[in-house]
Write a protein that binds this ligand. Structure first.
Ligand code: MN
Ligand code: MN
Length: 320
């Protein structure tokens, strides 16, 4: 069976800089029947409040993902042997309209989730997580959210409007898409509008692990906190701006003093075995990047997500 699974194009046969531009050089497929994980771009940045540009994120992350290799020594897993992963292309967006984009993203995702596929969405700004969660919750019910970000994205509105990349998770909670008691926000740092901003997660029943706590107790303790809390169908949303702008300058709302890439990768790997039913990696803004370092990191984090999905399937099969 595993021999029939789609594999990245062999770089010793076709060089990495040649061939079709798909995530990790996996096949592009419109028909997702039998697929375990589909990588899907969501090239929309109409929800940004500062620097735009994440509409170019999916294409650039695909470009840097051509460097990925098949075996993950940190987790001891060959994901493409264990699960069927393809590039499903980009979800439909309307560059000039956030509500229309939300409708189209959700409508396109629902049948994909109906097939049992785990979506791995590459943003796009963080507003796109709301229609993704709408589709995910329609299939799996409200999810346990692991939200890794410099920001809580729990604000109520911007300029009198309810939808933006800074209001995503307040809307998601209001709509009953997440189970706050099983959810964690991780990595918040940088100045906010008010001291009350750091009370918002608790107000909504979420647990927050701010970056200051990680600084004191370390990544592994943050991982233990997440694993203690998360149960049932879970969703992982990763905003690249949690990483320090020294390593991830290509993003819309950079905050000084973030995680190192090594810490970010350790954090994600620590979540192996949790029952994730969806992933997103958002806020990569190539026009502000330097030497594609942000997109390279994003491609690697997305690869770790694929490894988590492979390990989740492995552990569910062992249990069954
Ligand atoms: Mn965010
Ligand atoms: Mn953010």
């Amino acid at each position: 069976m595993s021999g029939e699974r789609p594999k990245p194009i062999d770089p010793l046969r076709v060089p990495r800089f040649a061939g079709p531009l798909t995530f990790a050089r996996l096949p592009y497929r419109e028909d997702l029947v039998g697929v375990d994980v589909a990588v899907l771009g969501v090239p929309f940045d109409g929800g940004t409040t500062f620097r735009p540009g994440p509409r170019f994120g999916p294409r650039k992350v695909r470009e840097l993902s051509t460097l990925l290799r098949t075996y993950n020594p940190a987790l001891g897993v060959s994901p493409f042997e264990l699960i069927t992963v393809v590039d499903g292309g980009d979800l439909p967006v309307v560059p000039t309209h956030i509500e229309d984009t939300f409708e189209r993203v959700e409508a396109a995702l629902r049948p994909i989730l109906g097939l049992g596929v785990v979506p791995l969405c590459i943003g796009g700004d963080h507003s796109v997580t709301l229609p993704i969660l709408r589709a995910v919750a329609a299939r799996h019910g409200p999810v346990a959210l692991v939200h890794i970000d410099a920001h809580t994205d729990l604000w109520d509105e911007y300029y009198g409007r309810k939808y933006s990349h800074g209001t995503t998770f307040r809307r998601a909670i209001e709509e009953g898409l997440v189970r706050p008691e099983a959810s964690v926000q991780v990595g918040m740092h940088g100045p906010v509008f008010d001291a009350e901003d750091y009370e918002l997660p608790r107000k909504f029943g979420l647990l927050m692990v701010p970056l200051a706590e990680i600084e004191t107790y370390g990544i592994d303790e943050a991982v233990r906190t997440i694993r203690r809390r998360v149960h049932g169908p879970a969703y992982l949303s990763f905003d690249i701006d949690v990483v320090d702008p020294a390593f991830a300058p290509g993003t819309g709302t950079p905050e000084a003093g973030g995680l190192t890439p090594r810490e970010a990768l350790r954090l994600v790997r620590g979540l192996a075995g949790l029952p994730f039913v969806g992933f997103d990696l958002v806020e990569v803004s190539p026009p502000y990047d330097q030497g594609d370092i942000t997109a390279l990191l994003a491609a690697n984090i997305a690869y770790e997500f694929i490894c988590l999905a492979a390990m989740a399937k492995q552990s569910s099969q062992t249990e069954a």
